[in-house]
Design a protein around this ligand. Structure first.
Ligand code: ADP
Ligand code: TRP
Length: 326
């Protein structure tokens, strides 16, 4: 079975774009791959400086994943910071990585341009990400398009290490860029993204969710008149409804006497019914922090068993004499 690994940064609450664009694939593939999914909490330190917010977002993202159906019996779910071997490997890798490579990073340059404090962690972020991937001999790495360059870096760094030490030690990971998935539009019709403030959060309280749905931008065609069936509401409704239901909504728009408000209500119902079970499960899980801790503990144990072997071999290859892992 191929090993699939991906990291998720704990930033902000998850929205429909994250679910349909990424998480759904992880969850649906659980029986086909050996999945390793972790919260990239070390990575988030490069830009998140509020400890309480980091703790809260970490817990939330784990609850979201479990509620949406990620099964800890099938996939390994853990926190990056519970497997310190990632950081150890990133130090070894940093010595075969040219500074120029990191300086070419799109994500690094974007963040600096956006005014983030240019700390060294932000620059060497891709080396830690490479370590995350290589330490498990990962075969595939499903990520969004924005991570494509980071995966190229990972392959480059793996090759450089193998060449420098004349070994065939690190497996070159295959990126699985999730671009086949249509971009989920936000309430304003642009790509749904937390940085555009146009999201719909499936786990928000009902009143918040309702507000988000009601804020979907439409034109001002009067109620009785026919309307364009290709609008921001039907674009989202398609994610939840059957073909027949979508056609029904489109017909109603074209016939007139059907307002955007009506359609938004139907969309809201559809979202609530689609996520009904997950929302209930999340509430239950949130009441039981010990269970979540136990899942993370077991996940870290499983991950560490693999990571500690790989780092011990890597240390031997580069000539380190220490033997605490042997
Ligand atoms: P955001 O844009 O809200 O900051 P992230 O960059 O954290 O979202 O994205 C996390 C994952 O969710 C990525 O794999 C990305 O491809 C996916 N994703 C985010 N927004 C969308 C969207 N609107 N449509 C499809 N996939 C998305
Ligand atoms: N950089 C990734 C992102 O922002 C998160 C990440 C960290 C990751 N380590 C990883 C993704 C290893 C895949 C594999 O989305």
């Amino acid at each position: 079975m191929k090993r699939s690994l991906s990291g998720i940064q704990p930033s902000g609450t998850l929205h429909l774009g994250n679910y349909f664009g990424a998480m759904k694939q992880f969850i649906e593939n659980q029986d086909k791959v050996e999945g390793f999914y972790f919260v990239a909490d070390y990575h988030s330190l490069t830009s998140l400086t509020d400890p309480e917010l980091l703790r809260e977002s970490t817990r939330n993202i784990i609850l979201d994943y479990l509620a949406l159906g990620l099964d800890p019996e099938k996939s390994t779910l853990f926190l990056q910071s519970d497997v310190p071997e990632h950081v150890e490997l990133s130090w070894l890798l940093s010595n075969v990585t040219p500074v120029g490579l990191m300086e070419r990073g799109h994500s690094y340059k974007d963040k600096i341009a956006k005014g983030f404090f240019p700390n060294t962690g932000l620059l060497t972020y891709p080396i830690l990400m490479t370590a995350d991937i290589l330490i498990y001999d990962s075969d595939i790495v499903p990520v969004g398009k924005d991570q494509k360059q980071h995966l190229e870096f990972a392959r480059d760094i793996a090759m450089k290490f193998n060449q420098q030490y004349k070994v065939d030690f690190f497996k070159l990971p295959e990126p699985m860029i999730l671009e086949s998935v249509a971009v989920v539009p936000g309430t304003d019709g642009q790509k749904m993204s937390k940085s555009y403030g146009n999201v719909i959060n499936m786990f928000a309280p009902k009143n918040v969710l309702k507000k988000q749905v009601m804020s979907i931008v439409t034109d001002s065609t009067p109620l009785e008149e026919p309307k364009d069936p290709n609008n921001n509401i039907t674009a989202l409704y398609r994610l939840f409804a059957t073909k027949e239901q979508v056609k029904e909504m489109e017909d109603k728009f074209m016939a007139g006497n059907y307002g955007y408000g009506h359609a938004k209500k139907e969309l809201l119902e559809a979202i609530l019914s689609y996520f009904e079970e997950a929302r209930a499960r999340r509430e239950e899980l949130a009441k039981n922090p010990e269970l979540v801790d136990e899942i993370l503990r077991k996940g870290a144990e499983k991950a560490r068993a693999i990571a500690s072997k790989k780092i011990a071999e890597a240390k031997k290859i580069v000539g380190l004499m220490g033997n605490i892992y042997r």
